[in-house]
Design a protein around this ligand. Sequence first.
Ligand SMILES: O=C(O)CCC(=O)C(=O)O
Length: 298
Amino acid sequence: MFRKQPTVSIGFRGASYSADRCAAPQTNKRLILDSMAGSKLKTSGARTSCAPFVLPLRLSSRTYEGKLTNVATEGDGKTHTKIAHNLQLCPLAPEHPLFRSLPFHPKVASAIHQLLCRSDPEQSACCYLSQVFWKPARHGLGTAWHQDNAYFQVEDATQGTAMWTAIHDANIKNGTMQVVDTLPEILPHERELTSDHHITCKACIDEQKAVPVELKAGGVIFFDYNVPHCTTANTTENPRAGVAYHFLNQAHFRDRVFPLPDDADWKTPVVVGPLCTNGRAEYGQKVDFWEGITGAEI
Ligand SMILES: O=C(O)CCC(=O)C(=O)O
């Protein structure tokens, strides 16, 4: 994933994390989530067991011989589209040793330590969630405007950051990530009816202020949990995938309030700081190694 030169974009137009933002935490209003979002995801979590990660271009069912699940619906929030428009897998880390190890990579851990721990050697941070978003060629659907903290509901959104990595070159044509400036509060979210579980704050967003973030494959952006963001449609001839990891300062950890499939193996390994055991505490073994995983330098 990091074979190409990674671009760590921190602090673009003030919408993503900067050290200053970390140092000046803002207060959040709490949003009471519509519980509908939770129950829907549980029932839509059926996944098959063989898992080719690279999908052919033609996808014609909700799930295509793997664990990526089509979450797109016919506009009613329930009925899955016959053609897969929006594929996801969450959590991602249990699916391959590479995805389990990646949050421990020194480049990742160092960025997270600077952003969330203000480089303080006494502070630790964990990986809170991992996901992949796959938008098929020609009919890939975007993910509507939302703030991650509408799902996570941590007390202080500046203590958490997303790390979104472009797996393919991500540009305006294939619906790359768009952001607006971060906010001190969680905006009202409602159910997004083009998906079986998403929620959205699109009614509150001034799209004129949206900043598309174009990245080469392997490029990475970080943004705090209150940054409203979305992706748009992929109408190009090629698929577009992104991998998102979410990190949280360990002192601000809260147990999960967002939904996951019933059988999800949700772990929150501490990836940096004095509480980090390189995976031993969470996985029973050291997982911060790459040799033998891909055969490639990452
Ligand atoms: O990659 C995408 O299409 C959506 C990513 C996203 O919304 C997220 O990481 O929260």
